[in-house]
Ligand binder design. Structure first.
Ligand code: GUN
Length: 285
């Protein structure tokens, strides 16, 4: 029987830490500021953005939302990003993805000043992560690391397997585990004999986007299982990439969906925005 990792509780701890540091910054006259851009009316994105604004209020940040119509042009979006790059009270800029198909997300990401890139999506920040010399970590992988640390399980020397190779989760996730001295293997949809590999994992991170894809027979007895997935099952119920019901009896720790990785992502965004405010004001600690 495994222990369920409580993402809400770990997330609340991170927000408490950020709120405390924000209070100290305010004594110096600095209020961290986050700009969130959303284009169009994708309902899932609207929920994410609302939650990001709520989190900003909770930790004491200034936040500004830019809700642009679906027919916004690339030029208009680029102009907004450039304007925000130049605004002193805005320390972090986040453009909610996905963008409508006529807009190029790479172009927007490349325009965000790397010191304000609180998603850590800009190539400069991606490169910094690669060499282990970074200010910002992408929010989801950073949240996963916090959850693994919360179990108290040592990462060093362990075999970690990441299922999924996206730029936002899989690839940076592997890097962070590597920096923590795990032996890391990245697997993906074209990997042969996937379960032979996942069965060797002491730490298994599932980020594939397929409902209940990881079943008990693919998991090592006593593994730490982290589920990044956010899918709908056959009854339209929210579920992860891991078949929670069967896997929970085989592993040592497991994250639920919802209530696992999800709540961490926004908390790590708050942490990145705080870091951005400190960096831009020359505050070290
Ligand atoms: N859409 C879904 N997740 C994210 C995220 O972490 N950042 C941005 N910018 N868009 C997203």
């Amino acid at each position: 029987m495994s222990q369920i990792i409580d993402g809400k509780a770990v997330s609340a701890e991170v927000r408490k830490r950020v709120a405390h540091q924000t209070k100290k910054l305010k004594e110096k006259g600095i209020i961290p500021g986050l700009a969130v851009i959303i284009v169009g009316d994708d309902p899932a994105s609207q929920v994410y953005v609302r939650n990001k604004e709520k989190a900003c209020a909770e930790v004491g940040f200034y936040s500004e939302k830019f809700a642009l119509p679906a027919n916004t042009t690339q030029e208009e979006l680029n102009c907004l990003v450039k304007e925000l790059n130049g605004r002193e009270e805005i320390n972090g800029i986040l453009c909610q993805l996905p963008l409508p198909s006529h807009l190029d997300d790479k172009e927007v990401i490349n325009l965000i000043d790397p010191v304000k890139d609180v998603d850590a999506f800009h190539p400069v920040n991606v490169g910094a992560i690669m060499i282990g010399d970074y200010h910002f970590l992408p929010c989801t992988p950073a949240g996963v690391m916090e959850l693994i640390h919360a179990t108290g399980v040592e990462i060093e020397g362990k075999k970690a397997v990441v299922v999924g190779r996206s730029n936002i989760v899989g690839k940076p996730m592997a890097m962070l585990l590597l920096h923590a001295n795990a032996t890391v293997e990245i697997t993906h949809s074209k990997t042969k004999n996937l379960s032979d590999i996942t069965k060797e994992a002491d730490i298994l991170v599932a980020a594939i986007g397929k409902a209940k894809f990881i079943t008990a027979d693919m998991v090592k007895e006593g593994a730490v299982v982290i589920d990044v997935g956010m899918n709908r099952d056959e009854n339209a119920k929210l579920c992860g990439d891991v078949d929670f019901e069967s896997v929970k009896d085989k592993c040592s720790y497991i994250t639920p969906v919802p209530g696992g990785v999800g709540p961490m992502t926004i908390s790590m965004l708050m942490e990145n925005t705080l870091t951005a405010a400190k960096l831009q004001n020359g505050i070290k600690d």
